[in-house]
Design a protein. Structure first.
Length: 188
């Protein structure tokens, strides 16, 4: 019985260690933050991280760069006064693009997730200046990526009016981000 309990405790400790290491291993999220979206973009990782207190999201942080060293960071919190924005846009009758973005230094960074049978790819990052697409990178799918938006942050419907943010730090808008530039529908 003692041996079984020791094995059980050992397995539990190993699982807890893996769970604690998860945010840093496959994302740019740090200790105390939850992954709301994260994927590899070739040589870098892009992540959207949340920190909550008492079940209330107190901050949302975007980071990109090589694992462990963020090149770019944007923080939305009551202290910074910054906000993220979200929308959902159809790109074909069988594809919807869910979007979360922020603006910094005249550029709009748009994280995307496409759902539906006409999606050319699952998720990615687009960088825009106005409506002009400067950069489009697709998430490289791996077993440990989290290239979808956490439902604890936002629940997307089929349009902005049926979508719901779970924090004042993420504002849902009826704004298009020229996502048709990022997702060209598949031809049937």
């Amino acid at each position: 019985m003692k041996a079984t309990a020791a094995v059980f405790l050992g397995v539990q400790l190993a699982l807890m260690t893996c769970a604690e290491a998860e945010p840093g291993a496959a994302s740019q999220c740090r200790a105390g933050e939850e992954i709301a979206f994260s994927c590899g973009l070739g040589d870098s990782t892009v992540s959207l991280c949340t920190a909550a207190e008492g079940g209330v999201v107190r901050s949302i942080v975007y980071r990109d760069g090589v694992p462990g060293r963020a090149k770019r960071e944007f923080v939305a919190s009551t202290q910074t006064g910054e906000r993220f924005h979200a929308s959902v846009s159809p790109v074909s009758p069988r594809a919807l693009v869910r979007e979360v973005w922020f603006e910094q230094k005249g550029l709009r960074y748009v994280l995307t997730e496409c759902v539906g049978s006409d999606c050319s790819h699952g998720a990615g990052l687009g960088v825009f200046q106005g409506n002009r697409l400067l950069s489009a990178r697709r998430c490289r799918r791996t077993p440990d990526d989290k290239a979808w938006f956490s439902r604890t942050l936002v629940e997307f419907g089929s349009e902005p009016g049926t979508s719901r943010s779970h924090t004042d730090l993420l504002v849902i808008e009826e704004v298009g981000n020229a996502v048709e530039e990022l997702y060209r529908p598949r031809r049937h």
